[in-house]
Ligand binder design. Structure first.
Ligand SMILES: [Zn+2]
Length: 433
């Protein structure tokens, strides 16, 4: 999600957090300020990444985050247990209000932060019973309606209606518990380990090379997959999961990859001409910690594409610079999958439209998607390529047509798969013309 204006609507309680962080980091900012601009202007290729018009707007130096206490919350003489002891969980406290009513506190990893209150927990009961839960977001607004699963693969909306308070700071619902453990979460749970398994499967394809682009702040692997079969001169880059809760974007990415790595004549012909480079899990620490937005470094990794202060973004930059230099290659298209309230394509608006490696591709591609999906009107938001998000860097430094593809939080899973598949098909057709 990319909406920065939401920051302005922070309630009082977050304002205190901001003040605290501001005081803590103001000193650090002064120390790093000068270095920041100098460092940002140097890419590893020795060329300047950033024209004078580009403002390094976001401080992405590592900040503290409030780690969750991983624990079981035990009630009713041990017959009812809530837990956050698993990757992707987010549950900061549970308070019992009466026999059957519980308040669950859900907190962000730090502030300032976008309003994306992610939560995930498991609950187990020794007996059949009904309980009433209220999710409380420390003054942030409810965003993800609760879903449940007992096998962590199939997810359904909770059966009871979800009541959101007038100020939207709380959401309440009933759970009918059997003697089983169920997970409750804002979206489907996909941890870094789940992605590493997916990477293992894809990596076994004979035409796919699997590498490690780098490591996250906590030492988790940033995997990268690339296709063999072309002469390696024309590259397509695919990014995902810079922001932890943005699961619908990740699912669309998986379908996009399934299509481009498929056995159709189109996909085979495409891979003969273009090399795909895929970074499916760029924020493993944040995903596993159940963060709302940030990395373990406490920063938004999609605001670090000028400063490159975080290992996760550096890993992509260095891998891309090294690969394009080694193979004397150009990046023709880069697509970074995200999620927000509704489907949006953020594109680069270039002063000189001929100034990319595949001029006009994005506009033609979006037209083709529109024609291919019935009743689909792509919501396109152009902006210059001077920003600190991934699409700006891929445009500015790699010369690529590049977009941030935001998939709606509530886009039906069938529809988002269709969109991922069609996006891949139309890309392949157009780039083979
Ligand atoms: Zn995002």
């Amino acid at each position: 999600m990319i909406i920065q204006s939401e920051y302005k609507r922070l309630p009082l309680r977050q304002s205190f957090h901001i003040l605290r962080f501001s005081i803590l980091f103001a000193g650090a900012f002064f120390v790093y300020g000068c270095h920041m601009v100098k460092q940002a202007q140097l890419s590893t290729s020795g060329k300047s990444d950033i024209p004078a018009s580009v403002a390094v707007s976001t401080d992405t130096a590592t900040k503290g985050i409030d780690w969750q206490q991983r624990k079981d919350y035990v009630f009713s003489k041990g017959t009812l247990v809530f837990t956050n002891r698993f990757a992707t969980a987010r549950l900061n406290d549970v308070t019992q209000q009466n026999d059957s009513t519980y308040t669950l506190e859900i907190l962000p990893e730090n502030a300032r932060i976008n309003p994306s209150p992610w939560y995930a927990f498991k609950v187990w009961s020794a007996v059949k019973r009904n309980i009433y839960l209220t999710l409380q977001y420390a003054g942030y607004k409810h965003r993800y309606d609760p879903k449940f699963s007992s096998d962590y693969k199939t997810w359904r909306p909770v059966v009871s209606p979800v009541t959101v308070s007038a100020d939207e700071h709380q959401a309440s619902f009933k759970l009918e518990l059997a003697t089983d453990t169920i997970a409750i979460a804002g979206q489907e749970l996909i941890s870094s380990a789940d992605t590493y398994k997916w990477v293992d499967t894809i990596g076994r394809l004979p035409f796919v090379k699997r590498e490690v682009a780098g490591k996250s702040l906590k030492g988790n692997i940033i995997p990268v997959l690339s296709t063999k079969g072309s002469n390696g001169k024309k590259i397509i880059a695919v990014l995902s999961r810079l922001h932890p809760p943005e699961v619908t974007g990740y699912m669309a990415m998986q379908e996009f990859i399934r299509t481009t790595l498929g056995s159709t004549a189109l996909a085979k012909q495409f891979r003969g001409k273009y090399e795909l480079i895929i970074f499916p899990m760029l924020n493993p620490d944040g995903v596993d910690e159940g963060n709302w937005r940030h990395s373990a470094g406490g920063v938004d990794l999609n605001r670090d594409w000028t400063g490159f202060k975080q290992p996760e973004t550096k890993a992509v930059r260095d891998f891309m610079l090294k690969t394009t230099e080694k193979q004397d290659a150009k990046v023709y298209f880069a697509i970074d999958f995200h999620s927000t309230f509704y489907d949006v394509f953020y594109i680069n608006e270039l002063k000189d439209p001929t100034g990319s490696n595949s001029p006009g591709f994005t506009v033609h591609w979006l037209d083709a998607i529109k024609l291919a999906i019935k009743d689909f009107k792509p919501n396109i938001k152009p902006s210059g390529n001077g920003g600190d998000v991934s699409k700006s860097w891929f445009s500015r430094v790699m010369g690529a047509e590049a977009i941030t593809y935001e998939v709606g939080d509530n886009t039906s899973r069938e529809q988002l798969k269709l969109k991922g598949r069609v996006a891949a098909e139309e890309m392949m057709k157009l780039l083979l013309k």
